[in-house]
Design a protein around this ligand. Sequence first.
Ligand code: ADP
Ligand code: ADP
Length: 239
Amino acid sequence: SALLEIRNLKKTYTDGTTALQGVDFKVNRGEFVVIIGSSGAGKSTLLRCINQLVQPSEGAVLFNNVDTTKASSSQVRKLRREVGMIFQSFNLIERVSVLRNVLNGRLGYMNPITGTLGLFSKRDVAEAKKILLRLGLNQQIYKRADELSGGQQQRVGIARALSQQPMLILADEPIASLDPLTSESIMNHLHSICREDGITCIVNLHQVDVAKKYATRIIGIHKGTVAFDGRPDELSEEI
Ligand code: ADP
Ligand code: ADP
């Protein structure tokens, strides 16, 4: 069965803005899905509904056959451990080390008690270092996050998500603030995580050319509805 199933998803914010007006799709394990759409189309809201950062107004989000919109708070915590998030603005803790940022991912969403005390096992630290090495960040392990370039910070974001050992990675405009060359490197890392680790990826982008290069499937969102859902080669070149 599908890893993720979105059924008739609708979201109207409290100020009356409708961001999603009936979205349906399923995602199977191992897919690399790129969601494209212009600014304000509803892509970010969609990812936030999947991760329960936003409560949908209507519809269902089934993750591993569990309806997350009806999940208990302990089920939501479990869901968030299984879903890694990557953000446009990286969302690192700027004043702490790269290693510490990655270990925070190991805690899933940071456990305020053990996180504050810095209680990590030697195995956790070894695993975090291994992930950082894979992302080419072995020289940056003990640097403060805010000493790094944008591309390096996003690689830390990927490392943090990986350290959760997630089933699904959701990336919200992960390359929007990076130059083209750095963007390629970030997309290549995401692609290899999907292919080699079998982690399903859903990536929000607004660049159609990048989407076509990396996606196994493209979902186009327009004004809160699905306007396209298919293989990259099925997408018209015409605008
Ligand atoms: P995208 O990620 O495609 O740019 P968003 O999901 O961020 O789209 O936004 C979809 C619509 O919902 C936009 O009109 C946006 O202004 C609005 N929106 C997003 N977040 C909020 C919020 N917290 N409160 C009210 N409106 C919001
Ligand atoms: P980004 O481009 O990084 O997604 P946005 O400027 O779209 O950032 O949104 C930043 C924050 O403001 C988000 O938490 C979003 O939900 C919220 N937001 C976006 N649009 C609106 C809106 N029209 N009204 C209220 N909050 C909004």
